[in-house]
Design a protein around this ligand. Structure first.
Ligand SMILES: [Zn+2]
Length: 328
């Protein structure tokens, strides 16, 4: 167990501690501040997030970009929106704590420093682990940044002083409005580990980002997997959201205690592509921590073997993928 600071005998004690913590956290109500308006639909809650209009209207912007910063951190810019995912701005040699005495060492640097980011409209946070929302971000990110995340993470964010967390359950949505620009985010299934491990790991959401005013025909549909393994519920995603333009895949084949796989390895990533069937895909969340055990080469090899290599763009840290609105 080269990366783990627990001995095996300590692991049993850690498991008991995990259950104790879980019991306590379940007893706490989720009280994250929600936007003023939300409505119930048969498919879940729909929240409204109204952002101040930009000086220059950009609703008809001709192209969008996805810039890979590192780990699962990307900057998405399209139609006037600037969206940051899973902010992790620690450096090579820094450690993150994944709970229960388990830590991981970062092996890379972020392509942009936290204080050099452009103005962010909102953050999408797949779950509360420090390789997705680190101590630096907890301290320095403005506390009034809107953060769209799971209900569990929204409750944690509130305890950290963040005032605009929006906690979503599965299939809940946020309708985002900024001047003339419109988009919506839907929380889609994701599960960090096998069924038996769920109680020991944070809840995770995948995200579907639909851009444009027309709900039935988005100008661009982007899926972000979150830290998930492949399991049956993921098959419901393409049924509800056909025609995905771009998928961002959290890979890495992360191993906890050297044994338990909690994120997709290369083979899983290709399996997810075959389920989701996006037009295009970008792997992220690989090679950044010592607990990421499946290098990007695993995925590249599997994608090639499956005949999917044409659909994949590989971004080095700092590189940007550009896209155009969907034409049908
Ligand atoms: Zn992760």
């Amino acid at each position: 167990m080269p990366f783990c600071r627990l001995t095996r005998s300590a692991a049993a004690g850690a498991a008991a501690a995990m259950l104790a913590v879980l019991t306590i956290s379940l007893a706490l109500p989720a009280r994250a501040q929600q936007p003023a308006t939300s409505t119930s639909t048969p498919d879940g809650e729909v929240f409204a997030l109204k952002l101040p209009a930009a000086a220059t209207p950009a609703a008809n912007e001709a192209s969008g970009t996805v810039q890979f910063i590192g780990t699962a951190t990307v900057l998405i810019r399209y139609q006037g929106f600037t969206i940051l995912t899973d902010p992790n701005f620690l450096h090579k040699g820094d450690h993150v704590h994944l709970g229960y005495g388990i830590s991981a060492e970062r092996l890379t640097n972020p392509a942009i420093e936290l204080d050099k980011l452009p103005a962010i409209d909102f953050v999408v946070l797949s779950h509360m682990h420090e390789d997705h929302f680190d101590k630096l971000v907890q301290e320095k990110l403005p506390k009034d940044t809107p953060i769209v995340t799971t209900k569990e993470s929204a409750a944690s964010l509130e305890k950290l002083g963040f005032t605009r967390g929006i906690g979503l359950g599965k299939w809940d949505q946020v309708e985002v409005e900024k001047g003339e620009s419109r988009m919506r985010l839907t929380a889609v299934p994701g599960r960090h580990g096998k069924a038996g491990m769920q109680a020991l790991l944070p809840s995770v959401m995948g995200s579907m980002l639909d851009f444009g005013p027309n709900k039935a025909a988005p100008t661009y549909r982007m899926y972000i997997s979150g830290d998930t393994l492949v399991y049956d519920d993921l098959k419901n995603i393409p049924q509800r959201f056909p025609g995905i333009d771009l998928a961002l895949l959290h890979l890495g084949g992360t191993r906890i205690l050297g044994v338990f796989k909690v994120t997709m390895d290369g083979k899983d990533g290709v399996q997810l592509l075959q389920i989701i069937r996006p037009q295009h895909a970008i792997p992220i969340h690989y090679n950044d921590y010592d607990v990421f055990k499946s290098p990007l080469a695993d995925f590249a090899r599997e994608a090639k073997a499956a005949g999917l290599e044409e659909q994949v763009s590989y971004l080095a840290h700092g590189e940007t993928y550009s896209f155009k609105p969907r034409t049908r």
